[in-house]
Design a protein around this ligand. Structure first.
Ligand code: SF4
Length: 320
């Protein structure tokens, strides 16, 4: 049994227009997404800004209630759970956000912020919570005295450590990491990634690691899924997606990764145009207006995400 099973998930936000503010259109931010995550595994989810990957993360953590489809956690359907019924899963599924400054309450001390999950879940007393806060700070590499300080007194990397400490406070099984290093300097990024890898080994955490940059997820992911305009277009195990990208969109993302070797010539495939609007997505293959290998068929026929040779690809070039 998978830790997480997502099937045909849709998150369509109504777009209200006109004097009566009636929803005539829908923003199809997530549109028919299916995937699994196993215990202790990391699935990297990559796509450009606006492709729906953060919305997908918020659906799984049930910050959003999906429009349709299903989310199963350890075999239990949590798609439509509310209130008290959702509480145990709030413990098991946690989130780390891109901007720790926004996600941490600046008026509370770090000690109060880290104790809050225990207060909400009614776990322990003041003394046991203070002890656990000190343990959490130690786990993420911050001194115990940090508990009495406020988030603005820390650097960006230190604040992200506090965000991570809060996410692991209740011993979750799945952590949704929503661009957790995108706002940090490159040197700090690797420290945070290493911390996440160490925590995964120590606590058998599973991660859904969301990023807009394929280079960031390379060393942390067991599998990588590429998302374009609300849908997964390619998914593959290990580093195969870097060695043998199949989907034209994946190829363009790979070609954008800087090459360290100055003697190796980069063959960058620059995509033309912006990501189309998910309110009015292109017909057929959603990538067709930007695809360098577009065929007539692509303009009216949507490719299915098909399993082939241990990878999933949605592209008519692979129809055989
Ligand atoms: Fe390009 Fe057609 Fe494949 Fe879409 S289906 S990625 S337009 S070749």
């Amino acid at each position: 049994m998978s830790l997480l099973s997502v099937r045909d998930l849709n998150m369509h936000f109504p777009v209200k227009e006109g004097i009566l503010l009636r929803a005539q259109k829908f923003n199809r931010a997530v549109d028919g997404v299916s995937f699994d995550i196993q215990p202790g595994e990391t699935l990297g989810l990559v796509g450009e800004s606006g492709c729906g990957k953060s919305t997908l993360g918020r659906c799984i953590s049930r910050l959003y209630r999906p429009t349709s489809g299903s989310i199963e956690f350890e075999g239990q359907d949590i798609t439509n759970l509310k209130g008290k019924a959702l509480m145990p899963f709030r413990q098991d599924i946690q989130m780390i956000f891109q901007d720790p400054m926004e996600s941490l309450n600046s008026r509370h001390t770090v000690g109060d912020i880290l104790a809050e999950p225990f207060v909400v879940q009614k776990i322990g007393d003041k003394q046991s919570r203070a002890k656990r806060v000190a343990e959490l700070l130690d786990i993420v590499g911050l001194p115990a005295r940090s508990a009495s300080r406020y988030p603005f007194e820390f650097s960006g990397g230190q604040r992200q450590r506090i965000g991570i400490a809060r996410a692991i406070a209740l011993n979750p099984k799945l952590v949704i990491c929503d661009e957790p290093v995108s706002a940090l300097d490159v040197s700090i990024q690797s420290q945070i990634l290493n911390l996440l890898v160490d925590l995964q080994k120590e606590f058998n955490l599973a991660y859904l690691f969301i990023a807009h940059d394929l280079a960031v997820v390379k060393h942390i992911s067991d599998r990588i899924a590429i998302m374009y305009l609300g849908r997964i277009v390619e998914e593959s195990i290990g580093d195969r997606i870097y060695r043998e990208p199949k989907h034209p969109y994946t190829k363009s993302l790979i070609s954008a990764i800087p090459i360290a070797d100055p003697h190796q010539k980069a063959q960058r495939q620059v995509l033309t145009g912006d990501v189309p609007s998910p309110i009015n997505p292109p017909s057929g293959c959603r990538f067709h207006p930007r695809c360098p290998q577009v065929m007539d068929q692509c303009k009216f026929e949507s490719p299915n995400l098909r399993l082939m040779d241990e990878r999933r690809i949605a592209c008519h070039l692979e129809d055989g």
